[in-house]
Design a protein around this ligand. Structure first.
Ligand code: F6R
Length: 235
């Protein structure tokens, strides 16, 4: 595991974008596993800048996102599909047909989970998977549990995650209570993993990277991945 320390959110974002950018340059048909949330916004802005500067070409890139809320459609501005369009896809030359996010409105959630897992497999899983981390160590929406869920599944959000995510909704009651997420196994299939964490994640990063490997701290499983880079803000 490589750990890169930076001293600001801007530098963390620039480093992360240059790692993803290098992946795009080296393999223009890469499958990028992507995340939403506050952590990757600066990274996406830097990727857009690289695209505008003519450095990155997304025309052959495919993306597969980690997760999506259940019960809100892609047109809802709180959905992760909307977030991705708004923060990245609408600003680069990616073919939206090559961008994948779970369908939170699917009538049959179990079938949607199976479809998404098979989709990840048929793409050969991510060449590079970008991750953020929750204050409780979650990755994707894999919350602390007594086992590591392997595949794409529907998950109930913990109270702490609902509260953390409520900042983006009008009020807490509107935060969906379940989501569809890649499993830990789906994430671990990625050839490379890039975890980014701001200064507010210092304690959980320490626990996840240097503590016991346990499903109570889902990100701790990354200690077992053979090609993980972590970019942190360590002021
Ligand atoms: C988002 C995701 C989550 C976030 C995590 C950190 O797609 O899967 O695991 O990465 O909750 O969120 P932020 O970056 O908002 O602190």
């Amino acid at each position: 595991m490589r750990i890169i320390k930076t001293d600001s959110y801007e530098k963390m974002s620039a480093v992360a974008a240059s790692i993803i950018g290098a992946q795009i340059v080296i393999k223009p048909s890469s499958v990028l596993g992507l995340a939403t949330g506050s952590s990757p916004i600066g990274t996406y802005q830097d990727l857009i800048k690289g695209y505008n500067d003519g450095v990155y070409d997304f025309s052959h890139i495919k993306t597969i996102n980690l997760d999506e809320y259940v019960g809100i459609s892609g047109e809802n501005e709180n959905s992760y599909r909307y977030f991705m369009n708004d923060n990245l896809f609408n600003h680069v030359n990616i073919d939206k047909a090559n961008t994948f996010v779970p369908d939170g409105m699917a009538a049959d959630k179990a079938a949607e989970c199976e479809r998404y897992e098979n989709l990840a497999g048929s793409l050969g899983y991510a060449d590079l998977q970008l991750l953020g981390i929750g204050q409780n160590g979650h990755i994707g929406f894999n919350e602390p549990l007594d086992y590591f869920p392997l595949k794409v599944h529907e998950v109930g959000l913990t109270e702490s995650t609902i509260q953390a995510n409520s900042r983006l909704f009008d009020d807490e009651s509107q935060v969906p209570r379940t989501a569809i997420t890649m499993g830990i196994g789906t994430i671990m299939q990625a050839k490379r993993i890039l975890l980014i964490a701001g200064a507010d994640k210092k304690d959980i990063i320490k626990e996840a990277l240097y503590g016991k490997i346990t499903p109570q701290v889902p990100a701790s499983v990354l200690q077992l991945h053979r090609n993980t880079t972590v970019v942190v803000v360590d002021e």
